[in-house]
Ligand binder design. Sequence first.
Ligand SMILES: Nc1ncnc2c1ncn2[C@@H]1O[C@H](COP(=O)(O)OP(=O)(O)OP(=O)(O)O)[C@@H](O)[C@H]1O
Length: 758
Amino acid sequence: MTARLSLHYKAEEELYKLDRTVKGLFYDFCHRFRKNPDQPGLDLKKLKGDSRIHRAKINQSYRALLIPVETNERGRQHWLIIAVRHRKDVYDELQVAVNRVTGELEFVDLAVMGDSSLQRAGITLTPAEPDDVPPRPAPIPEPDQVPDRPPLLGVYTAGQLRDLGVAEQLIDLALAVTTEEELDRLVSGAPLLSKDVLYGLAAGMSIDSVLEEVTRPVKLPAEPDLADISTAVSRTNVSSIDDDVQAALDEGSFRSWKHYLHPTQAKTARREYTGPARVSGGPGTGKTVVALHRVKYLVEQLTGDGVQILLTTFTANLAADLRLRLTSLISEPELLARVDVMHIDQLAARVIGENTDQRNRRKRISDQAAMIEMRQLLLELDEQRWEADFLLDEWEQVILGQALTSRSDYFSARRGGRGRALTRPERSQIWKLIEQFAARLDKLGAETWGQAAERAARFEIDRAAAAERYQGSHPTADGSSGSRPFVCRYRHVVVDEAQDLRAAHWKMLRAMVEPGANDLFIAGDTHQRIYDHQVSLGALGINIRGRSRRLTLSYRTTREILEHALRIAEGNKTVYDDLDDGVDNLSGYRSVLHGPTPTFIGYQNWPDELAGVGTLLQGWHDELSTDNDGARQDPAGHVAVAVADHEQLTQVIEYLETRGGLTCAELTKDGPRGDGEIHVGTMHRFKGLEYQRLAIIGVRKGAIPRPYIERHRRSDPQRYEIEQRKARSLLFVAATRARDVLAITWHGAPSPLLRRVS
Ligand SMILES: Nc1ncnc2c1ncn2[C@@H]1O[C@H](COP(=O)(O)OP(=O)(O)OP(=O)(O)O)[C@@H](O)[C@H]1O
């Protein structure tokens, strides 16, 4: 009788790490097992400890650990593979259990714990297949080798850890852990919820916030039956064996984000919200992944044809990446066809295109071009009281942002986050200058992207109002509104990189989707805001109160990189908003990944820095040209250099290509130009990207933050603070793009933003 096989997510993770030959053997093993689990070659045997766990032979050295899930009415057995590992790592003390909070099946691995922690908790591991040579007894620690440290989580009780969802078998061990290294080892074999809870507590989160942010979102309404393995498996992240194993072998860990959401990610993506909802979290916590799964969840529930969901983000290259990832997440073309994926300016341009004829089209100019025009105007008017960048920001954020159409509205407008207060005569001067500027652009047949966003918002608001009026005058047959077709452009809108959208963008999006359940889903992190578009969603008709979730576990960056990046972001006392009128923070933000400590290197001058960076990159390039098995691999696109400005960009590319023997691709707003191996871009271009190894160069005093902000230090301290925060965020975004290795360099004196880091 053939058997059905499934693969637990932890087993799949183990599979990614095995070398290619073992992966191939495992694939054969699955086929043999499905044909007949009892065939002698597989040597299927129960472990002596938890008798539900069986081990079967993949080859001489590797074992699959399995549990029987159920046998159907026709006698067909269903087995779940819970681990794939070397036979030396198979112990009788391995256990499976149903988690009392989530009801999921958990596999607890004590083999990863160090001897000293196991000894302290009184646990001895017995190899299931002892070697002929008896294993060396664990060393009895000398008293001075085990300093008398207090337990790391000693203030908590077993009952508290249990209530938070820590796996039963780990509770005593967790309470006995005395160092971060021991905790790391413990959680590396722990189920996801235990890992989250223990790291949360160790990172200083209170019991209440762990309960609120980690446990409650994944808690079942009623306590599960702890003996019912079959129901537990149905609640657990498992994959069916055939296609999934092949995909796991082919795609490796790139597949994980598609298949295995972290419990908090899953609950955030797949739930019903009564109105706009928001997910925040530090870099690499999976906000984009959640946004993509949110789209999948919503599109699978749609009825009716046509495009009904919008997935949008800030830039063209990020939109292209979202499109690519959505296509690999949703395989049915008819579902994909119901989703528009476009960046926010493209969306605004589309709305304008639909509402204006050819003669009234305006050329949209970049922020730099607008700045040049504004400077020219001020020069012509011999106006020295106001600076061009201040006037443009005031126009964009206050006047366009709040759709102010008259001088008197501007006199009473809120200017939150805009620096020092302005008197009425000052506002009057500003209004006049901005009117002149708008008229100048009009004459040129041009508009800024900010103006375009505002125009698009107005068109969209009018469109929604007209559709509403039409519907009011054409009631449904029964007079109800329940069965009426939706009047707005989309049923659901999902936004990524939300922290950088302009107020006008939000107004446009608000008008594109009818207010109600699951209307807007917003992913963003205000610590990563690198443009000046601070908004208060509540004031724009988007009320997220009570529907905010926070992700805290980074899947991208190592703990070493994260710790340094956090010191950049937090500075002394920098405060970040929550896209509304509250504040956001990164408390509990952590990573389970480890890697080398970032390097910080100062050089005497720019030529020395260039030469040093060249050598560093050549080394990285060579190391990444072979994989762990010694086979050649293509390092292209895994290494990048972030620079402070355009001048450096050109010089770095030229140096690396002519002197370093490397090929480069410049990062543009549409992504890398060409297929050069090393990506080089200004820091702004790194938003949303990730690289295995990253160098941020030119991080020197006088360059980052830009020297011009000094003039505000005395005259407008609030503005000075805003500019400082922007520079911090930019460096924070750049630093957290590095997955494994980060180097930061400068020449002369380092940037003051590195004060707490290097
Ligand atoms: N559940 C998961 N399993 C495996 N990998 C994951 C998971 N969630 C996220 N990742 C990976 O972590 C990395 C960061 O994810 P993502 O880009 O979604 O984070 P983010 O919070 O949007 O980051 P940022 O704010 O820095 O742009 C990606 O490589 C993603 O594939």
